[in-house]
Design a protein around this ligand. Structure first.
Ligand code: GLY
Length: 347
């Protein structure tokens, strides 16, 4: 079995993150003697026929548009039609959308069945599939309906990253950089020292970087699974990213996170919390890896979306500000104040 990282809480094992490959590592992770039903999307079902056809499977569509309560209901119906019961193990194989959906279905079907993931995208391996957040969007508002519930395992298959497009791979790099930026300067500097091509071509290096990011995330999740404090830091760049995603369909989630991180770095400088040179480095690493750093959505539309953010309460909103590379702070600020500052730093 590949390298394993455990997420525990008060001595109880919640989840195991395994860096490995499906051919050797999946079978031993599955519970012996249980019926396994795979939930995957049509791209993965086509690309990994040999893997998917080993199990009963339910295939869903692709893209953010599929992350709805309607999809959840359709899968529930399909599970009932197939005679699934409380002993059935659900295995999500795919990127963050598939794993968010599988986790939510598993947490609600018959009040909860066991589940695990094979994470097939960089974004999923670094962030979305790890940490037990499951859910769907509602009326375009991201992850509005969901629950915390840890998968028994997340198998991060490095080989599968080869089949990602450059664009999907780059989008995953944004979450990797975000994690370094909020919690580990060395991780940030390792990515900073590499070109896009070097990262793309070197699976062993990527495995090390992913493991570093997962360690940071696992530590935070162990200390604050339900996001009542420290876990909020993992939302660095996401307030702006979700506003972009709500206002425009032009960016992938990771691409919008890159814009969000740069905007938050500029805001920190504007507030006197971080030296200009640190923000310049943050902007430079994203630019060098080929990210577009301007929002495709007009600021007016983004402001409307911001006001409906999950992290908002009354006229306040919580934002995450990098104060140095490798360190960030969570602050609650007034909407009106944020709106004014965003207009300054995003022009
Ligand atoms: N993606 C942020 C978190 O898992 O908390």
């Amino acid at each position: 079995m590949g390298r394993i990282l455990e997420i525990s809480h008060e001595g109880r094992l919640m989840s195991r993150i395994v860096m490995g490959g499906w051919r050797h590592d999946l079978h031993p992770l599955l519970p012996w003697g249980h019926r396994v039903i795979v939930i995957t999307d049509k791209t993965i079902a086509r690309r990994y026929r040999r893997l998917i056809n080993q199990y009963e499977h339910i295939v869903i569509g692709t893209g953010e548009k599929i992350k709805t309560l309607q999809t959840i209901e359709e899968i529930h119906r399909e599970l009932i039609a197939r005679g699934a019961d409380r002993q059935t193990f659900l295995l999500g194989i795919g990127g963050g959308i598939v794993t968010d959906i599988t986790g939510f279905v598993a947490s609600t079907f018959m009040r909860g069945v066991r589940f695990g993931f094979v994470s097939t995208t960089l974004l999923g391996q670094v962030d979305a599939s790890v940490g037990g957040k499951n859910g769907v969007n509602l009326d375009g508002y991201k992850n509005m309906i969901g629950c915390f519930n840890q998968p028994e395992f997340v198998l991060c298959d490095i080989e599968m990253l080869h089949s990602l497009s450059d664009r999907q791979f780059r989008a995953g790099l944004a979450e990797l950089i975000k994690t370094g930026l909020l919690g580990n300067r060395v991780l940030f500097e390792m990515v900073e020292a590499m070109s896009f091509e070097e990262l793309r071509r070197d699976p062993l290096l990527m495995a090390d970087l992913i493991l570093m990011a997962v360690k940071i995330k696992a530590g935070i999740v162990e200390r604050d699974e339900r996001e009542s404090g420290e876990r909020r830091k993992l939302n660095l760049g996401h307030t702006v990213a979700h506003a972009i995603e709500k206002s425009s369909r032009k960016m992938l989630h990771g691409e919008a996170v890159a814009v969000g991180c740069v905007v938050m770095a500029r805001l920190s400088v504007n507030m006197g919390l971080m030296p200009e040179r640190e923000a310049a480095r943050i902007e430079a690493v994203f630019a060098r890896l080929g990210f577009t750093l301007t929002s495709p959505a007009p600021i007016e539309k983004m402001i409307v979306a911001l006001r409906k953010d999950k992290k908002a309460a009354a006229d306040q909103i919580r934002i995450v500000l990098p104060v140095a590379i490798g360190r960030c702070e969570v602050r609650s600020v007034a909407f009106d104040w944020l709106e004014e500052r965003l207009r300054e730093v995003m022009k």
